[in-house]
Design a binder for this molecule. Sequence first.
Ligand code: CO8
Length: 372
Amino acid sequence: QQIVISGVGVWTPEHTITNQELVDSYNRYVDAFNAEHEKQIEAGETEAMPYSSAEFIEKASGIKSRYIYQKEGALDVSRMRPKITPRNDDELSHQAEIAIAAAKIALKKANKQASDVDAVIVSCAYTQRAYPAIAIEVQEALGIEGFGFDMLVACSAATFGMHRAFEMLSADTASCVLVINPELVSPQINYTDRDSHFIFGDVATATVLEREETADAPHMYNVLSTKALTKYSNNIRSNFGYMTRAEDVDPYGPDKLFHQAGRRVFKEVCPMAAAHLEAHLARHNLTAENVKRWWLHQANINMNTLICKRLLGRDASQEEAPVVLDEYANTASAGSVIAFGKYHEDLSAGDTAVLCSFGAGYSIGSLVLQKR
Ligand code: CO8
């Protein structure tokens, strides 16, 4: 039976931070730190913090700006983290709120009511609590009968969530699945680290998957197949977790936030992703030349350029492999879904396209799609 993606939704926060705003705040923090530690720095006991630069950021990453759920606090040098007001247990949680906003857009695109859905997967890099599942909170708020669960797969959470939906639909354990990626990542960004302060932005994306018999929307994609790969690596890591309280360590320490060996990630993940995609296409007797559009993970412009060069033997155009990094930055697992959401309506029936994530884990997830 044919499984289709019948709708996709992208919810974008209202606040932005440009590279220059980010750098100005970080550099003020550096001045304050270096002044405060002047004596230790002179004595060689402490290293002076280096400045960040907007030019470096754009050149190294392709990022010009990013969205943030709550801007207050993130650029305040006495705080350097967003200020998010806690909500009571009987109020809708922040992450459920943005998940629902994306889900509603995806449902509308798919011509579906919440009552048509019978499974909800919330899949993202972090959930704001362990339980009850954000997916079950979303299910309740939307009035969905059935079941829901949360999944964490960092950069590949969105594709792996879609894979699970594909399998549930194939196995007939669900008839219409909502996969939601509320990537509220800003609380995990170390705004005092110039190597990573620019990388991430907040967003929420959602997709609706169902069998073709029930699907009825103007722009739908057959899922021809899925392919996943994971390989353990410490090069992208966050040690934040529920054990921190018992470990008597600083809950805000830098190792508790996102950190990475970016160069190594770049070197190791690019060839893995290209080989993975070639192998996936080969299953359908296809090569890269047969692919009309690539909705690739959006971590770094140079990564996407390199992967496309490996696959095509040349640069890919913005039309072939749309980039949303400049506006959204890296949004963990949601990047390829944003690219898909914004650039999928113009393809013709029968066109082949690929959606693919790659990153922390390491994890790679792909779907070979065909426009209906
Ligand atoms: N301003 C000025 N200079 C800087 C800055 C800055 N902001 N940052 C670094 N530099 C300096 C470095 O210190 C270095 O100086 P030196 O040569 O003196 O040591 C020099 O610039 C060059 O630094 P790099 O070699 O690190 O620079 P690169 O060209 O490699 O670019 C990148 C750095 C952009 C990080 C690049 O390596 C990269 O993108 N790699 C791939 C990273 C990647 O894809 N990561 C995946 C991210 S994980 C993910 O997608 C989801 C995880 C879960 C979500 C987490 C949410 C919080």
